[in-house]
Design a protein around this ligand. Structure first.
Ligand SMILES: [Zn+2]
Ligand SMILES: [Zn+2]
Length: 423
């Protein structure tokens, strides 16, 4: 218990937002190398990286770090190709089991309240621009501790283990970037989980359902400035276009199943007496199935194009986040896992609904599409404040519970000796 708590706190201290998880990635790689894992990292594990931050911010941050002696090539990590994949081969034939953890923090400052435990017990985020307010520091510690358990019990295990440390989950960006990794096609199983998410300490959600698909876009609209009193006819207002677009986009949710649109940020204009030459919007759409989200995305693009035409504006529309929906294709497998884990003494809640987005869905779908089996857990944890709040904190007892779940699952899956090519 102590080890894993210390590990979590170490990662909490070096909180880094998506595509900036430089220290975090290096620390994970060092840990896994010491355990004897093979590592993949840098450009070779990435494809399309959406929603990159400002390059000058990353460069200034990297410059400010004192990374000490590192005996492997970190040049691509320092360019923002963060995250890594650890591979451990027991040397015996058996299934290939994947495990996925997300590693990024959120882009805001941690609470300064002196009663906030990271402040009280001296593990506050050292970066004023980032805080682990979703529990991903816990996810890293859980995954690394599970890796340690795999190595400690390697003589009893068979097959291979592929442990994915995914960057930039917040804003659903990193999953897409790792989607086409070849080795994902070889996974017989994948395990993943999120702590907290509304379940109390001690409760284990098995086989999370209804993870929503999500796509995010940044939209800039460009009009023409003019004197608002003397010559309004010469102007083309980007704000009018953006306002019409906000109402239009919110009217698109006509689907039988769950779907959502949100214009979360809207800004524009240069002065009270100027026809606004420019407006910007941050928009997201969600749906509980992949057909509806694709339809919604198509109509969003058509509406941006049509509205821009109507108001004689030009525009720039950039995708900045992408994730899929997930509900298992193999409910029997989830039921079997639930029954097994209940027998192992866990307080199981079968198939909890997520009703939010998480790009773990990309990995879960990929493994199921290839005929493998995927399972997502919710590790119940009493929270001091909700996810994404500045004083978010979780019950650290959850960490060892989650490792116990993964270890129990690995034992079970190893004993099934299920291989993709056999089904
Ligand atoms: Zn989050
Ligand atoms: Zn999260």
């Amino acid at each position: 218990m102590e080890d894993i708590k210390v590990l979590r706190r170490d990662f909490h201290k070096i909180a880094e937002p998506g595509w900036m998880e430089v220290q975090t990635t290096i620390k994970i790689i060092k840990y896994l190398k010491d355990l004897g894992f093979d590592l993949l990292y840098g450009k070779k594990i990435h494809g399309q990286r959406l929603g990159l931050g400002d390059k000058s911010l990353l460069d200034a941050y990297v410059k400010s770090l004192d990374l000490g002696d590192i005996d492997f090539d970190i040049s691509e990590i320092l360019q923002g190709y963060t995250g890594c994949v650890g591979i451990f081969d027991t040397g015996r034939p058996g299934p290939v089991t994947g495990l996925r953890a997300d590693i990024d923090a959120l882009n805001f400052e941690e609470s300064k309240d002196k009663n906030h435990r990271p402040n009280k017990e001296d593990f506050r985020s050292q970066n004023s621009f980032a805080v682990h307010a979703c529990g991903h520091d816990g996810h890293i510690a859980i995954a690394l501790n599970t890796c340690q358990k795999i190595v400690e019990t390697k003589d009893l295990l068979c097959g291979k283990f592929v442990v994915i440390f995914q960057p930039a989950e917040e804003g659903v960006r990193g999953g897409l970037s790792m989607k086409d990794l070849d080795l994902l096609n070889n996974l017989d199983y994948i395990l993943a989980g999120h702590l907290g998410m509304g379940l109390k300490s001690g409760v284990l959600g098995v086989g999370t359902e209804k993870i929503l698909a999500s796509q995010s876009y940044d939209i800039d609209l460009f009009g023409r400035a003019a004197h608002a009193g003397m010559a309004p006819e010469e102007g083309r207002s980007a704000i009018l276009g953006a306002a019409a677009l906000t109402l239009g986009l919110h009217s698109l949710c006509q689907y039988k199943n769950a779907s959502r649109v949100n214009v979360g940020v809207l800004s524009g204009g240069t002065g009270r007496n100027v026809v606004a030459p420019r407006a910007s919007m941050k928009v997201e759409i969600r749906a509980d199935n992949n057909d509806d989200i694709e339809d919604l995305a198509k109509r969003l693009k058509a509406m941006v194009d049509g509205t821009a035409k109507a108001y004689e504006l030009t525009y720039d529309l950039r995708p900045v986040g992408y994730s899929q929906s997930f509900s298992t294709k193999y409910p029997d497998f989830v039921d079997q896992c639930g029954t097994y884990l209940k027998a192992r003494g866990f307080k199981v809640l079968l198939r909890p609904e997520f009703n939010a987005s998480e790009d773990v869905s990309i990995f879960l779908n990929k493994v199921e599409e290839n005929g493998g089996r995927a399972i997502h857990f919710i590790f119940g944890s009493d929270l001091k404040a909700g996810h994404h709040k500045e004083s978010f904190d979780f019950d650290e007892g959850t960490l060892s519970m989650a490792v116990d779940v993964y270890v129990a699952m690995i034992e079970k899956l190893n004993s099934l000796n299920f291989r993709l090519e056999t089904i």
